[in-house]
Design a protein around this ligand. Structure first.
Ligand code: ZN
Length: 221
């Protein structure tokens, strides 16, 4: 692959400042463009693949892609405007009440091997999204402050798209390690969640429990 002059500069910049990430050209372009004070045109409409631990407030507003397991899911359905997607329509020409649609607001916690993060996702009412605890997903969305609150450094991803990763049933090995790592990062996980994660990864829950304290239906790291 031959690099453009611009990308050669990006590579040079990354080698100097972030050598361990120099192979991530998308990340390099973003960092470099911030460095030289320009808008990152090259990743517009594209998603930057990242590990959760590498997400930081500096990146708020950018499109990111993470891959991990669903550790928790909560959802509720409400009537919303089909255009602005708000409960209280704010369109210039308000949509009449009888034309409102059912919108599902889904709040997830997704974890990869590095950390966990909150994810917010909206889908239309009756649609079966197939998301559940223990499923592996690819989340593509915009990084923002949790509840738009800048006072804390807590972040979340407002997902544009969540794709289920096809399960590879019958392939095991390493399952226990994945679940153990997940609990270590999450610190406290409901016992049913651990069981589902074990099922998903072909791991033996009894083996996993030996590594942690189990009380009041929770597993503590
Ligand atoms: Zn509206």
């Amino acid at each position: 692959m031959s690099l453009s002059d611009e990308d050669k500069k990006v590579l040079e910049f990354m080698e100097k400042h972030y050598p361990q990430y120099k192979d991530n050209l998308a990340l390099g372009r973003l960092l470099y463009s911030k460095y030289v004070g320009r808008v990152a045109k090259s990743i517009e409409g594209d998603y930057m693949k990242v590990k959760i631990k590498d997400l930081d407030p500096e990146m708020v507003g950018t499109n990111v892609e993470i891959r991990g397991l669903i550790g928790n899911i909560e959802e509720y359905t409400f009537k919303a405007c089909p255009i602005c997607r708000r409960k209280e329509c704010r369109c210039a020409k308000p949509v009449p009440e009888d034309q409102l649609i059912d919108l599902k607001r889904i709040r997830l916690i997704v974890g990869d091997e590095s950390d966990i993060i909150d994810v917010l996702y909206f889908v239309e009412g009756k649609q079966d999204h197939g998301l559940e605890v223990g499923k592996e997903v690819v989340v593509k969305g915009r990084l923002k402050y949790f509840y738009d609150n800048r006072a804390t450094n807590r972040l979340e991803i407002l997902a544009n798209r969540i794709e289920l990763v096809e399960q590879n049933d019958g392939v095991s090995g390493g399952g226990e390690a994945i679940v153990i790592e997940f609990i270590r990062k999450a610190k406290k996980v409901h016992i049913d969640v651990v069981k589902k994660l074990c099922e998903r990864h072909g791991a033996d829950p009894e083996f996993v429990f030996k590594y942690f304290e189990v009380r009041d239906d929770y597993v503590f790291a």
